[in-house]
Design a protein around this ligand. Structure first.
Ligand code: KMH
Ligand code: ZN
Length: 271
């Protein structure tokens, strides 16, 4: 098994300080949280940013400022979100890709998202994949349901994506694939051999699915974007606290944790 890559999804677009007062919002707070997560064992940050009012934004300038502050503190891999928030236009969502970060997400299908729809029609998939390719960015395929794997493989056939792909199984979103072990197994068996994968379990699914991934040879995403609780009824004090817990679980299962440079090799960044 490869060493374990832990991704910290620290901000997201849906959570507010009303949900968890420890949510990092400003570029300074996000950079500090990224540093703390890196120190705790994360090798990737999945990055969303907020404007001065705490509202989700995909503004290139805000990403640039936040990325600079993170880079000044640590060597963690920065993966920008192209999902943004529901209702944003494709061009709005694509802005951080033009900064040529090491990684960016690519959601390969539409999904009901609570009471909303996270819209990713075929035209978006091609446009996003092309922008990601043209800017030399490594995509992480966001899979909210199993059909999104075949959509990604269609993009490979069209020459818009290159294998081996790295997938993120986002499980337990209301409207997406439920966060069961049976479904995780189905997803892992549906990707081509040689692919890499991580799992992002929503809410109470974060810890059991993360534990399963550690045992199965996958990788793990944790953080406030997916889960604001440390345990039932107890809010997490920080993103780093959630990273620390996954490091302890990995340790119990004798799975060493990857440094950012080791993660770069596993994910074949820059190759
Ligand atoms: N905020 C969600 C609607 C991504 O970052 O690529 C989409 C999302 C996926 O978070
Ligand atoms: Zn996201």
């Amino acid at each position: 098994m490869d060493k374990l890559i832990i991704t910290a999804a620290m901000v997201g677009a849906e959570i507010t300080r009303q949900h968890n007062p420890n949510l990092p919002v400003t570029p300074e707070e996000i950079a500090r949280a990224a540093y703390d997560c890196c120190q705790a064992g994360a090798s990737v940050v999945h990055l969303h940013v907020r404007d001065d009012h705490g509202t989700p934004t995909q503004a290139g300038e805000r990403f640039r400022e936040t990325i600079e502050k993170i880079k000044a503190k640590c060597n963690i891999i920065i993966q920008v979100s192209t999902g943004g928030a529901v209702g944003m236009t494709a061009e709005e969502r694509l802005q951080p890709v033009y900064l040529k970060p090491e990684m960016a997400t690519l959601s390969t299908g539409s999904v009901n998202f609570g009471d909303d729809v996270f819209l990713n029609p075929p035209s978006y998939l091609e446009r996003f994949a092309m922008a990601i390719k043209e800017n030399g960015v490594k995509p992480e395929i966001e899979v909210f349901d199993v059909g999104m794997i075949s959509n990604a493989l269609q993009l490979v056939k069209k020459g818009l994506l290159e294998e081996p792909l790295h997938y993120d199984f986002v499980m337990g979103v209301p409207g997406g694939i439920p966060g069961t072990l049976k479904n995780l197994l189905h997803l892992t068996e549906s990707i081509p051999p040689g692919s890499t994968w991580t799992v992002a379990g929503m809410g109470r699914f974060e810890l059991p699915l993360g534990t399963a991934a550690i045992i199965m040879g996958g990788h793990v995403r944790v953080g406030f974007e997916d889960n604001i609780y440390y345990e039932k009824g107890v809010l997490a004090q920080s993103n780093a606290q959630l990273v620390e817990r996954i490091v302890r679980v990995a340790d119990i299962h004798s799975r060493p944790v990857a440094s950012p440079d080791e993660a770069r090799k596993i994910l074949r960044l820059g190759s």
